[in-house]
Write a protein that binds this ligand. Structure first.
Ligand code: NAD
Length: 480
């Protein structure tokens, strides 16, 4: 097996697993070969992870923030040094093209560790004067945080959760998606090498049962989930039972609006990035592309011509631009949505076909707002084109969705750009580009797309609690 780790879990600084626990084969999506066999965490292992995390958090939380930051920045350097190997591992686990994983996965994880390592020591409270008396506030860690990941950006998701959590002095137990269990283990190794005390970052494997056990454990202070809305509902409800903090990074059905004065070639590039990168398996994708009626046909023609240049193939081949879907289940879901698109009357401009684990980049035109492909998250390489006539109309249609993760627009009109962005119901908006998510910028959703924010200084608010300390400088009076 090409990527077998020493054991399935990483708890208290070491690899371990119970040989009698059920095992699941981990597949390379391109050829279905088994690259590792991963065992599900047992109750005893989940308990051991919490014990280790509780003990380690006391040490880690008491360290000077600048020291914690140094560990995270060292980990960032190690991630970058090992980018080639980590990218290959991520490609084997997800099936994403190596030309993507080399620049977007461990690299963006390293950015998060560097950023939060850099600002760890700036996490200050306030001093609030009250005449002679005064109040000061302390930004304290929450304790043990649980991170639960999706399969599309495994190491990025692990880092986006671990970096702010650890910077603020928390410990973390991370459960990767059962589809992509491998790279989080590498992150755990790297954090130990960088100097994190054992137990500060633990990885346990398994599917929903293990995730649910982590979230309902009384030692869990917070859960940060990246996943679908149905899972989000379950995890949020379980967290509510124990009044735990939550961050929910859920699904999307985001609009990309192309006004009549847009640079068409740039807008087509954005539509391609917004729908076909990672075979469309990206939460913030702009899958509803609204193009002004006057340029709709020209846009569609250029889009279809450029999509013909996509290269489907072995994801480890540096020339490949479209890899397989992560699993047969996901491929079948996407193909079922394509069939719905056809049967509900959308016009297939290109794609719509599948060979083995691949789904060809697919463009539908003539899509109307009520069709299933216009309303439901597909999480695959399927772009829907809509035509619109005026600004008010397109803003209303763009917002007419239960989701609110992201939105983008193309125009050369400066005032229109900002006017429209202000009206779009989405956590992240792009003007004249799409899907750039630098760590410096807060990321998260409105409406069903989630609560809380990852990245940027904003993420630290979601991994700390404020303690107010009233300091009395004089005598204390009482009525009797
Ligand atoms: P999923 O909801 O099936 O699973 C997500 C994670 O939750 C997995 O680790 C899974 O094992 C775990 N899980 C499942 N049931 C659970 C339960 N009852 N309790 C605790 N944990 C449980 O999602 P997926 O198929 O892995 O990922 C695709 C989805 O993730 C899409 O909807 C996509 O939009 C979303 N996503 C969102 C973001 C974001 O940042 N907003 C990023 C990537 C993916």
């Amino acid at each position: 097996m090409r990527a077998q780790p020493p054991a399935s879990h990483f708890i208290d600084g070491t690899y371990r697993h119970d040989d009698t626990a059920p095992a699941r084969p981990d597949l390379y999506p391109y050829d279905g070969s088994v690259i590792a066999e991963i065992r599900e965490a047992t109750e005893a292992e989940i308990d051991a992870a919490f014990e280790a995390a509780v003990a380690a958090q006391k040490i880690w939380g008491a360290m000077a923030p600048v020291e914690r930051g140094r560990v995270l920045r060292r980990a960032a350097d190690l991630l970058r040094e090992r980018n080639a190997a980590l990218s290959e591992l991520e490609t084997l686990d997800t099936g994403k093209p190596i030309q993507e994983t080399l620049v977007a996965d461990a690299a963006s994880g390293a950015d998060a560790l560097e950023f939060f390592g850099g600002i760890a020591a700036t996490l200050n409270g306030e001093m609030i004067p009250l005449g002679e008396d005064w109040v000061y506030t302390r930004r304290e860690p929450l304790g043990v945080c649980v991170g639960i990941g999706a399969w599309n950006y495994p190491i990025q998701i692990a880092c986006w959760k671990a970096a702010p959590a650890l910077a603020a002095g928390n410990a973390m137990i991370f459960k990767p998606s059962e589809e992509t269990p491998l790279s989080a283990l590498k992150l755990a190794e790297i954090l130990i090498e960088a100097g994190a005390p054992p137990g500060v970052f633990n990885v346990v494997q398994g599917a929903g049962r293990v995730g649910a056990a982590l979230v309902s454990d009384p030692r869990c202070a917070k859960v940060s989930l990246t996943g679908s809305v149905p899972t989000g509902r379950k995890v949020y409800a379980a967290a509510a039972e124990g009044i735990r903090h939550v961050t929910m990074e859920l699904g999307g059905k985001s609009p990309l609006i192309v006004f009549e004065d847009a640079d068409i070639e740039n807008a087509v590039s954005a539509a391609i990035n917004a729908n076909f990168y990672s075979s469309g398996q990206i939460c913030s994708n702009g899958t509803r592309v609204y193009v002004h009626k006057s340029i709709h046909d020209a846009f569609a023609e250029r889009l279809v011509a450029r999509v013909a240049n996509a290269r489907l193939g072995d994801p480890l081949d540096p020339e490949t631009t479209i890899g397989p879907m992560v699993s047969e289940t996901q491929r079948d879901k996407v193909l079922a949505m394509i069939e719905k698109g056809k049967s509900e009357g959308a016009a297939l401009l290109c794609g719509g076909t599948s060979e083995g684990p691949f789904v060809a980049p697919t463009v539908f035109a003539g899509v109307t707002d009520g069709m299933s492909i216009a309303r439901d998250e597909i999480f695959g390489p399927v772009l829907s084109l809509f035509s619109f006539e005026d600004e008010d109309e397109v803003v209303n249609r763009a917002n007419n969705t239960d989701f609110g993760l992201a939105a983008g627009l193309f125009t050369r009109d400066l005032t229109r750009a900002h006017r429209v962005v202000a009206r779009l119901q989405a956590g992240t908006c792009w003007i004249n580009t799409y899907n750039l998510t630098p760590v410096e910028s807060p990321f998260g959703g409105n409406k069903l797309s989630g609560v809380g924010r990852e990245n940027a200084r904003a993420a630290l608010d979601h991994y700390t609690q404020t303690k107010s300390v009233y300091v009395c400088m004089g005598d204390t009076e009482a009525p009797f």
